[in-house]
Design a protein around this ligand. Structure first.
Ligand SMILES: CC(C)=CCC/C(C)=C/CC/C(C)=C/CC/C(C)=C/COP(=O)(O)OP(=O)(O)O
Ligand SMILES: O=P(O)(O)OC[C@@H](O)CO
Ligand SMILES: [Mg+2]
Length: 236
């Protein structure tokens, strides 16, 4: 059986710490045409805020995943299809490579059937996630290609995630990451705000992740990005 993300063109990342655009609801969010919703953010996330988003989406069919930023925010809820847990390949602090995960396994009972890791390569030094994990973002395309291969080949990662959170990345770097993997699903996220940006990143990435746009511009803008990546994939 293939993993669900193998068929995802688009993921919408909902930050439980950020609000929706005035007048929009989570019913609208679930109807953007995205293939899955990931609930997560770096800063100021709590289980209460997570639970609010899960509850608002639970009656919809769109697959719903939690992306926990630390073990304390993991929510146990049958409405979740699973947990996508970051591992930051280029973190400066090993806590974000295996330390947090060790703590999680030490204190909690994990649902292994529903738990998968995402091998993040964090590339925008100004993003909270880069500061938080002390990531080494001074990487060129060859470094990123090699990290992607290490993630897939040496560490057996099913998802490799090129993360430019907050800014649109370099398509050449995304292309290099794509070149570095064979079967792993390549996620791209960061700064996608238009049809064209989604189309461009969709030419290299298997899955384009859109985050801040939902909170800043709303569901119609998100729908445009779904179309952009779908069109890119239809042509490839
Ligand atoms: C072991 C468990 C359960 C968790 C640890 C998971 C790890 C390694 C987290 C470190 C990386 C991280 C914080 C990922 C969260 C997802 C993410 C990158 C969100 C986007 O972050 P930003 O856009 O930088 O932050 P804000 O939008 O919140 O400012
Ligand atoms: O918020 P943006 O910049 O769209 O980034 C999406 C996602 O990759 C963040 O983890
Ligand atoms: Mg962000």
């Amino acid at each position: 059986m293939t993993a669900p993300w193998a068929d995802w063109d688009h993921v919408l990342k909902v930050d439980p710490d950020k609000s929706l655009v005035d007048g929009e609801t989570f019913d609208d969010v679930c109807e953007t045409g995205t293939d899955a919703i990931e609930v997560g953010g770096t800063l100021d996330v709590t289980t209460e805020k997570m639970q609010r988003v899960i509850d608002a989406c639970r009656k919809h069919d769109v697959p719903l995943y939690q992306e926990p930023s630390n073990p304390a925010v993991v929510v146990d809820d049958a409405a979740l299809d699973g947990y996508l847990v970051p591992v930051v390949m280029n973190a400066g602090d090993p806590f974000w490579i295996t330390g947090a995960h060790k703590e999680w396994v030490r204190i909690a009972e994990l649902d292994w059937e529903r738990t998968t890791t995402e091998a993040y390569i964090v590339l925008n030094p100004a993003a909270s996630v880069a500061e938080y994990t002390d990531a080494d973002c001074d990487l060129d395309a060859d470094d990123v290609r090699a990290y992607a291969t290490v993630a897939e080949r040496l560490l057996g990662q099913e998802i490799v995630y090129v993360e430019y959170s907050g800014t649109l990345g370099d398509p050449e770097v995304v292309a290099a990451a794509a070149d570095g993997v064979d079967d792993a699903t390549l996620f791209y996220g960061g700064g996608v705000g238009t049809y064209d940006a989604a189309y461009e990143m969709g030419q290299h990435a298997d899955t384009v992740v859109v985050g801040d746009l939902l909170h800043d511009e709303g569901v119609d803008a998100v729908r445009e990005t779904v179309e952009g990546v779908q069109d890119a994939h239809a042509e490839n």
